[in-house]
Design a protein around this ligand. Structure first.
Ligand code: HEC
Ligand code: HEC
Length: 390
């Protein structure tokens, strides 16, 4: 899933070009369409800021010096797909993070050795994130990857077993990357290095160009005739960047600010404290940004969390804003998988708007038609939506 041109992506671009010409021709005779090509300069700037083409090269990962090492990534990729790293020999990272399902799964809660307490998150463009998990209890990708291995309901093994498995099956690639022997290094060092290899692989998982990106990139300003979005998708986009204020949180090319918010998602079982309970977990481990196995220089890279806002009261019940890339393809939704459709997500936003548990949500004024248009727009953020559906 690297973002390299391939035969299939060339085919998609050809398809898009053909599609583009069809729409241009049909729009010439469609006067009603012109109203949605009149984007204001502010709308235009916002729309273009959401395009995948605006994604900068991934920032470095100072706590993982192997983050961009291709040999580390190929070792990480093998372990990512290796079900021997589990208590029953059947669970790998790829069991829950399925490539064919936007790197998540179709379940309300992830299913490994047992049932996880939250929904599996999609894991594309992770290099751009600062905090990991729904509650942000990990501050680096490599330390995040160690969590599922030792989680009794996910992989259900421990770091000693990780060391044995690496020694048995990956000793040679490990030696090449980390210049040490996995059998003789301290167990926590082998564990941390395994996380760094996994992170190097996960960093390579990138989203694909969608119909929305194509639209944003070909928008030439106020001119008519480049609309490749439908009559419902365009007003949906206008709501998204305007009146509905979705871009307050779902912004940038990944459509997430990576931060934590109250979104008024109803509990589905035990109430979940979210970010409010994450700070202690972060520092309770030696596998974090300032911990023993980090490659970061605390004097140089300290901005990372030194200015962390630790107001646990404010953060109680908040969750990380998820990316909306390919969102229509991967129900169910929210940290607890409580909604089975986008219509339910949007309807809940409207219902909870302004309530104490959703104090940053202002969607009360949206009509039924608006919700339909917003949902139509969300569909354009999937690469398999690259055909017309008026
Ligand atoms: C049993 C299913 C399951 C397995 C197996 C699993 N994950 Fe996850 N993954 C989840 C769930 C559930 C979450 C969210 C957990 C939470 O917030 O507490 C998650 C979150 C993540 C995240 C955070 C994404 C973000 O935006 O913050 C990453 C990265 C990730 N997993 C990578 C991995 C890797 C690497 C492995 C293998 C070592 C793995 N996962 C194994 C279910 C799973
Ligand atoms: C105040 C910040 C904020 C605003 C404004 C906001 N969202 Fe969200 N959005 C979130 C958070 C946080 C979640 C995850 C909530 C959870 O897991 O309980 C979320 C989840 C979602 C999801 C589910 C994604 C998934 O993978 O589960 C969709 C779809 C969505 N938002 C669309 C929208 C749309 C459309 C708008 C505008 C009408 C909007 N959001 C406005 C923060 C926001």
């Amino acid at each position: 899933m690297r973002a390299e041109p391939s035969a299939s992506s060339r085919a998609i671009w050809l398809l898009l070009a053909a599609f583009y010409f069809c729409v241009v021709l049909s729009n010439r005779s469609n006067a009603a369409e012109t109203e949605f090509t009149d984007w204001t300069p502010r709308e235009l700037a916002l729309i273009q800021s959401l395009s995948l083409s605006q994604l900068r090269p991934p920032p470095p990962s100072p706590s993982n010096r192997y983050a961009d090492n291709p040999s580390a990534a190929s070792l990480g990729r093998a372990i990512f797909n290796d079900a021997r790293f589990s208590a029953n020999g059947k669970v790998s990272c790829a069991t829950c993070h399925r490539q064919d399902y936007g790197f998540t799964d179709d379940l309300p809660r992830g299913l490994g050795i047992g049932v996880a307490n939250r929904r599996t998150m999609p894991i594309v463009a992770m290099a751009y994130q600062k905090w990991f998990f729904w509650d942000g209890r990990a501050d680096s990708l490599w330390s995040q990857t160690l969590g599922p291995l030792e989680n009794p309901v996910e992989h259900g093994i421990d770091r000693h077993q990780v060391q044995q498995l690496v020694s048995l099956h990956y000793a040679e690639p490990y030696r090449q990357v980390f210049k040490g022997d996995p059998t003789s290094q301290p167990v926590n060092q082998v564990f941390a290095n395994t996380g760094k290899a996994l992170a190097a692989h996960v960093r390579t998982l990138m989203p694909q160009t969608t119909r929305f990106d194509y639209y944003a990139d070909t928008l030439p300003g106020q001119t008519n005739g480049t609309d490749i979005l439908t009559k419902s998708e365009k007003p949906g986009l206008r709501l998204f960047v305007g009146q509905a204020k979705c871009v307050n949180c779902h912004n940038g090319p990944m459509l997430t600010n990576g931060e934590f918010h109250h979104s008024g998602t109803p509990a589905n079982g035990e109430p979940d404290p979210g970010r409010g309970a994450a700070f202690d977990a972060l520092e309770a481990t030696e596998f974090w940004f300032f911990g023993k196995w980090s490659d970061a220089d605390p004097d140089v890279n300290s901005d990372h969390i030194r200015f962390l806002d630790r107001d646990t009261h404010k953060y109680a019940g908040t969750f990380k804003t998820p990316s909306l890339r390919s969102v229509a393809d991967r129900p169910p939704y929210m940290h607890n998988g409580t909604f089975t459709s986008l219509a339910q997500v949007l309807n809940n936003y409207r219902t909870v708007s302004g309530s104490p548990l959703a104090d940053e949500i202002f969607h009360g004024g949206l009509s039924d038609r608006d919700l339909i248009d917003l949902e139509a727009f969300l569909g354009t953020l999937s690469s398999n939506s690259n055909q017309i559906h008026n």
